[in-house]
Design a binder for this molecule. Structure first.
Ligand SMILES: NC(=O)c1ccc[n+]([C@@H]2O[C@H](COP(=O)([O-])OP(=O)(O)OC[C@H]3O[C@@H](n4cnc5c(N)ncnc54)[C@H](O)[C@@H]3O)[C@@H](O)[C@H]2O)c1
Length: 340
């Protein structure tokens, strides 16, 4: 039976996973998450509906606390780890580099060591296509990563650590996710598509900086589904997948046009600023051959879906809890501490 530890299970992707997870093959899930974005209550209602309350334990602790983690591994006989937690996004990770190293690199390394120590069989790691940085070529899993931000570097370091223990864990699955969009139980408005939508709908203008930058996009609903499906498939060895679909590759200008087309009175303003130089187009053949059939959204119908779901946030989309940078700043003391 599956005893699963999920770090970041209350986050944007984590809550999408929890919504779609089939609990029938699961003995127990321990979510380790500081609940920085106040998602726990929403998920509790979800577990109630799914009759899964008794299977889910939420530990609101900092996963830098290895002593507490060690006890969790032992007590709950953890055999699967899904590592989603951490500081996410370039701005949040640039805020305090020491904090980013502590959480994304050192604590990730220790979580991996604990997984080895406790005989975990499957380790799923959420990485990012941002590791490709500025890359003119179509990036496959074999393309050499060129991270240009602290965030992407920290995610790559997690991958490198996993390669160093590849003979000690049966299954290691590294998922380089495309940039996400859409709604889960925890929403983010610091992601470009969600932000463009909010700006278009409620401020009637979308700002782009050139707009020529290529990015791959995937719906957060599909990201949760992929993780859920992975729990029921065995993939022995270490495997890295770019997670997304060819039709999800888009320039930011194209994304802005797609969203603008939903609103009569919206304009696109090119500010000419160069604050984010990431530019990469990604090849998803390896992922798509194996899992592509399950995906429900390409960029076009994904944006339609996003438009339906985001309307409810009209009055609070600028709240600090929808921004990872603001939330990291607000919770700095809790995040930097080893004691909680
Ligand atoms: N959202 C995207 O576009 C995207 C794209 C590619 C990869 N990813 C990766 O997917 C994973 C999940 O991303 P997300 O968008 O769901 O992020 P998120 O910020 O919504 O979720 C992160 C969760 O981790 C928790 N957390 C953070 N630091 C913690 C700590 N020290 N101890 C305990 N809990 C802590 C937070 O409370 C939060 O619930 C990340 O690893 C990220 O790098 C996300």
């Amino acid at each position: 039976m599956k005893n699963i530890l999920i770090t970041g299970g209350l986050g944007y992707i984590g809550s999408s996973l929890m919504k779609q997870l089939d609990f029938s093959n699961v003995n127990e899930i321990v979510i380790v998450d500081l609940d920085l974005f106040q998602t726990e209550e929403k998920l509790k209602n979800l577990f109630k509906k799914k009759n899964a309350e008794s299977k889910v334990i939420v530990k609101k602790i900092n996963f830098v606390n290895t002593t507490a983690l060690d006890k969790i591994f032992k007590k709950h006989k953890i055999n699967i780890v899904i590592h989603l937690g951490g500081l996410v996004g370039d701005p949040a990770c640039a805020f305090n580099i020491q904090l980013t190293k502590k959480i994304n690199t050192i604590a990730t390394n220790e979580l991996i060591e604990l997984s080895v120590k406790h005989g975990v069989v499957k380790f799923i790691y959420a990485s990012t296509c941002s590791v490709y940085g500025i890359n003119e070529k179509l990036c496959s899993e074999n393309t050499e990563p060129k991270p240009i931000s602290e965030y992407a570097r920290s995610k790559l370091e997690g991958e490198i650590k996993l390669h160093s223990v590849k003979d000690k864990l049966d299954e290691i699955i590294i998922l380089r996710f495309s940039t996400l969009y859409g709604v889960s139980e925890r929403i983010r408005f610091d992601l470009v598509a969600n932000l463009f939508y909010a700006k278009a709908k409620w401020e009637k203008s979308i700002s782009i900086f050139g707009g020529w930058q290529w990015r791959p996009f995937i719906s957060v609903k599909d990201a949760g589904l992929v993780l859920s499906n992975l729990l029921n498939i065995n993939i022995v060895g270490i495997n890295t997948y770019n997670v997304g679909l060819d039709k999800g590759n888009s320039t930011l200008e194209n994304l802005a046009q797609l969203i603008k087309s939903k609103f009569k009175d919206c304009e696109i303003i090119d500010t000419g600023a160069k604050d984010d130089a990431r530019n990469y187009k990604v090849n998803f053949d390896k992922f798509y051959d194996k899992f592509g059939g399950a995906l429900k959204f390409d960029l076009k119908n994904g944006i339609d879906d996003l438009c339906t779901d985001l309307d409810q946030f009209e009055n609070n989309w600028k709240a600090s809890k929808y921004s990872n940078l603001q939330t990291t700043k607000n919770n700095f003391k809790i995040l930097i501490s080893d004691d909680n």
